[in-house]
Write a protein that binds this ligand. Structure first.
Ligand code: PLP
Length: 442
């Protein structure tokens, strides 16, 4: 049963507030029903049962209110029910719910494609293909790269996450569970090391070696890369790493595909992470935050690259009119203030987390920009051995005190809150994290 939260404004800063230890009785009912009927493949990080939300506040079915530092894995860019996004969705839904954009025209699709094409990093004209999801954008990009270059090989990176359909899961190399038992996967995919400053991995020497010994760069259609790794651990490479790959791609006629499904849409304080690094990809993929939660993604490619002919690629639901309306409203908000807010609150969060790092020896590294911050936990700072158990305990302890966290990599908390985060959300969240780590004795 829906609570009143979604329609009733939250009392300002009247959260976090735990009124019944979670999961409360109503949450337990939902969890029991879910466990009975849903696919056992779902993860369910901890027993949070959402009922409503506003801004960066999420409320559960028992009336507990939490500060959200994860936004449903970097999706709720504008918060849980931004009035401008809700109004745009309601208006579009009141007109028509669907007409297949592959076969017919509607204004929202044309407008969104124009908007995204014009937002693409770098000069020249771009074109856009709209999808339902991140993984569909990755699949489409692989097809486009192979079609355009007439080459077959793909380069991806250790620690990458690109999705769960066959091309995307083949490119993925963050955790083996995503692949185990699902083979055969796509042939002709080579993984190379990703630059990781904290762990002292450079990555470029291996690329040179592989191109000399195993894969001719002239057979490579695309290098598919997250400019900041998400699921792999919120890893920020040195800008030189991305620049070096741009150069390699230019030398050999390879397409550079940036998967910005997690790190794009204002999360780094710029619309695209490519803008932050100053590196221009040939193809840029977005999804997650694009529709503030409505399912939509996009392949944004240079016009000179998007050469596939009429009928060669399509989708039934991709670019659904209601999702397009949500995306246009989201872009308005992100470009007119939320990028700036991500920079301001991101600074506050980053310095607060660095203060916690000075106090708690378990925090090995704090890295990030904007509202994309990784906090890596280690057993000791010298060995940098990942402390996976601590992260699991911290997530649960924070949840019980009213802070929603989410892990990634081996032992990283990914801080990816809605871009509407306030000072209150930063400070109260930091206080909870501090308290939890003290109680856990780490
Ligand atoms: N690429 C990246 C970088 C992601 O983080 C994700 C999802 O977490 C995907 C692709 C897949 O997106 P989706 O789950 O919408 O298919």
């Amino acid at each position: 049963m829906p609570t009143k939260t979604a329609s009733k404004p939250a009392v300002k800063n009247d959260y976090p507030k735990i009124v019944v230890p979670p999961p409360g009785p109503k949450a337990q009912k939902v969890i029991a029903l879910d466990k009975e009927w849903t696919s056992p493949s779902y993860i369910k990080e901890y027993p949070f049962v959402m009922a409503g939300g506003q801004g960066a506040m999420a409320e559960d079915v028992d009336g507990n209110r939490y500060i959200d530092w994860m936004s449903g894995i970097a999706v709720s860019a504008t918060g849980y029910n931004h009035p401008k996004v809700v109004a745009a969705v309601q208006e579009a839904a009141g007109k028509f719910l669907h007409i297949c954009g592959t076969d017919f025209y509607y204004e929202g699709m044309a407008k969104l494609c124009e908007r995204l094409a014009k937002s693409a990093p770098g000069p020249g004209k771009h074109r856009v293909f709209l999808t339902n999801s991140g993984t569909e954008a990755v699949e489409g990009a692989v097809k486009l790269a192979r079609y355009h270059t007439k080459r077959s090989h793909l380069i991806a990176f250790d620690g990458a996450f690109h999705g769960r359909t066959y091309a995307a899961v083949t490119l993925t190399a963050s955790k083996v569970k995503y692949k185990a038992g699902f083979g055969p996967l796509l042939p002709e995919v080579t993984h190379l090391p990703y630059n990781n400053p904290y762990r002292g991995v450079d990555g470029l020497a291996e690329a040179e070696h592989v191109f000399k010994t195993r894969v001719s760069p002239k057979d490579v259609a695309a290098v598919v890369m997250e400019p900041v790794q998400g699921e792999g651990g919120y890893v920020f490479p040195k800008p030189e790493f991305l620049k070096a790959w741009r150069k390699i791609c230019d030398e050999h006629g390879i397409l550079l595909v940036f998967d910005e499904i997690q790190c794009g849409m204002g999360r780094t304080g710029k619309l695209w992470a490519a803008d932050y690094f100053g590196v221009v990809p040939d193809v840029l993929l977005t999804a997650k935050g694009l529709g503030s939660g409505l399912p939509i993604g996009a392949i944004i490619a240079k016009e000179s690259v998007m050469t596939w002919p009429q009928g060669s690629h399509g989708t039934t639901f991709g670019g659904n009119p209601v999702a397009c309306a949500a995306a246009l409203a989201t872009l308005d908000l992100v470009e007119s203030g939320l990028c700036a807010n991500a920079r301001v609150q991101g600074e506050r969060l980053l310095s607060g987390l660095r203060r916690l790092q000075q106090k708690h020896a378990s925090i090995g590294d704090v890295r990030g920009v904007g509202l994309m911050i990784g906090v890596e936990f280690v057993k000791d700072r010298a060995s940098k051995e990942p402390d996976h158990d601590l992260v699991a305990k911290l997530e649960l302890a924070a949840f019980r005190k009213g802070l929603l966290l989410l892990s990634c990599g081996q032992s990283v908390i990914r801080v990816a809150p809605p871009l509407v985060l306030t000072e209150h959300d930063v400070d109260a969240g930091l206080a909870i994290m501090d308290e939890c780590l003290s109680e856990l004795g780490r």
